[in-house]
Design a protein. Structure first.
Length: 226
């Protein structure tokens, strides 16, 4: 399936995220963990603002990109509380229609992140329960692209299938046919390190399921490290 086809599938199941019983806390702990590495880096910089000052307004720390942002906007408050300006991207028009209705002043892109030209560098990039919908052949190039678009010390968080080998399949568990793929945990880590990332955290957070959290931080540039 192409990302566009995946988007059309999600267009038909927005109700799964808007119903009252949806767990709005899903993923929050992972975001708190990932953003803590960003805060730790800031606290080590002598000229940086104190953490409390980051709540005074947006764009004190740069921008955040939420890939496969969906319609709940549940990650927006935690990202903005870290002093970041939030942007979301999704291939589902209906998901974004709901998200933008709730937050009309925020920036949302309806696009395939694989082919989309990212407009800027980001301090934080996340892809919660969305990266596995990326076609298998495009996952490695996309990871490199995302790390390249991180600021120095920027943090990337994504969830994936922590399989031993690469593979892909489709199923109809949610209703429409949806595509899933994984490069395998070791390959993900290899790609991220080759791209200049430092692995901060890996967790099978729903064990024995293979749902896996990976957090990587972009290494300091040579000049900044010196």
């Amino acid at each position: 399936m192409t990302p566009e086809e995946t988007g059309k599938a999600y267009d038909t199941i927005t109700h799964r995220w808007t119903r009252p019983e949806f767990n709005q806390k899903n993923g929050i702990t992972a975001y708190q963990k990932a953003l803590s590495f960003l805060q730790d880096t800031l606290s080590q910089e002598p000229d940086a603002l104190p953490i409390e000052a980051l709540k005074d307004g947006p764009n004190k720390r740069g921008y955040a990109l939420d890939i496969g942002c969906g319609c709940t906007n549940r990650f927006v408050p935690i990202i903005e509380s870290a002093g970041l300006t939030y942007e979301g991207i999704d291939v589902s028009k209906e998901m974004l229609a709901i998200a933008t209705t709730q937050l009309p002043a925020h920036t949302f892109y309806c696009a395939d992140v694989c082919t989309f030209t990212l407009p800027r560098q980001y301090s934080f990039i996340s892809a919660w329960d969305s990266f596995w919908h990326i076609p298998l052949t495009q996952q490695a190039p996309l990871l490199k692209k995302l790390v390249n678009h991180l600021d120095d010390d920027g943090v990337l968080l994504f969830s994936c299938g922590g399989t031993g080998e690469s593979g892909q399949h489709t199923n109809e568990v949610m209703g429409p046919e949806v595509y899933y793929a994984s490069l395998g945990l070791h390959r993900y880590l290899e790609i991220l390190m080759e791209a200049g990332g430092f692995i901060r955290h890996v967790e099978f957070d729903q064990y024995p399921e293979l749902h896996t959290i990976i957090i990587v931080q972009k290494k300091l540039s040579k000049n900044k490290a010196e």
